[in-house]
Design a protein around this ligand. Structure first.
Ligand code: MG
Length: 260
C-alpha cells in the first residue's frame, strides 16, 4: 500500500520569473532538478516558501473526475452501480491562491472539495491491487461546478470544464493513507463539507483501475475522486478553502468574469 512509502510534499512554484519543482519541508523548499515524476534529484538550492508563488503542483495531460461517489452527496439519487467518470481540461486547472473566475452568464457556481489522485507512471489495465504502484501521490482539488450548465451541457463541457474551474494543490503528498483522509471545505471560513475519504463509494484503487481499462493514464494525470455532503453557491468576493489532512489548504478567491 501507498502508506509504506516515504511521506514527502512536492510543490511547483514560480520564483524570480522561473518555474521550478521542489520538496517542501518545514517552510523551506528544496529545489529539484526537474519534475519529481521524472527525477527527485535535488539541486542543493533552497528557498523559503514565503519567497515564491505556489503553482498547481503538476501539469496533467488529462483531468478526470468521478461524480456521485459519497452516499452523503446522493441526496435521494440511487447508489451508482458503476463508477461515474467525466472529464475536465488541463486549462481548467489553477493553482493555490489563483482566482476562480465565474463566467458572466451564470450565477449558480458551487464548490466541491475533493481528494485528487496524481498518477506516477503510464497506467493501462491495472488491477485495483496493482493501482497503488501507479499512484504518485494525492493532492486537494475543488471541482468547481455550474449547476444549471450541469443540467444542460453535453458532457458538462462548460459546467465543469470552464477555465479556472479546477483549483489544485497546494502540494502532492506521497505516502499518505489516501483511503482515510479528512476533507474539509470552508466558504469564507465557515465549514461546509467535512467527511473522510473512507466514505468513498468507489475507493481510489478501484477508480484508477476502472479508468485505466478505457484510457491510458500518463504521469501527472489527475483524477478528482468526488465530493462529499452538500455544496452551495460561491459568489464574487468569496474565499473557498479545501483542506485535507496531511496535504494542506487549497485557498482560492472567487471573482466575477467580464464579457470581454
Ligand atoms: Mg465533483
Amino acid at each position: 500500500m501507498a502508506q509504506e512509502r516515504v511521506c514527502q510534499r512536492f510543490v511547483r512554484y514560480a520564483a524570480r520569473g522561473q518555474e521550478a519543482h521542489g520538496i517542501l519541508d518545514d517552510g523551506i523548499i528544496r529545489t529539484l532538478e526537474k519534475d519529481p515524476l521524472s527525477s527527485a534529484r535535488e539541486t542543493g538550492e533552497s528557498t523559503p516558501i514565503g519567497d515564491v508563488r505556489l503553482l498547481a503542483p503538476c501539469k496533467p495531460s488529462k483531468v478526470i473526475a468521478i461524480g456521485l461517489n459519497y452516499h452523503s452527496h446522493l441526496r435521494g439519487r440511487p447508489v451508482p452501480e458503476q463508477i461515474g467518470v467525466f472529464s475536465m481540461f488541463p486549462t481548467s486547472i489553477i493553482g493555490p491562491g489563483d482566482q476562480i473566475v465565474i463566467p458572466p452568464d451564470t450565477d449558480n457556481v458551487h464548490y466541491e472539495g475533493e481528494l485528487v489522485v496524481v498518477i506516477g507512471k503510464k497506467t493501462k489495465n491495472v488491477s485495483p491491487a496493482d493501482a497503488p504502484d501507479h499512484i504518485f501521490g494525492v493532492t486537494a482539488g475543488n471541482d468547481v461546478s455550474e449547476r444549471a450548465w450541469q443540467r444542460d451541457d453535453l458532457q458538462w463541457f462548460r459546467a465543469k470544464g470552464s477555465d479556472t474551474f479546477a483549483p489544485l494543490g497546494p502540494a502532492i503528498v506521497t505516502g499518505l493513507d489516501y483511503d482515510d483522509l479528512m476533507i474539509e471545505t470552508r466558504l469564507n471560513g465557515e465549514v461546509r463539507q467535512h467527511e473522510s475519504t473512507a466514505d468513498l463509494i468507489f475507493c481510489v484503487d478501484e477508480i484508477v483501475s476502472y479508468v485505466s481499462r478505457y484510457v491510458t493514464l500518463l504521469p501527472g494525470d489527475v483524477i478528482f475522486t468526488g465530493t462529499p455532503g452538500t455544496t452551495s453557491e460561491m459568489r464574487a468576493g468569496d474565499t473557498v478553502e479545501v483542506e485535507i489532512d496531511g496535504i494542506g489548504v487549497l485557498r482560492n478567491e472567487v471573482v466575477g468574469g467580464s464579457m470581454a
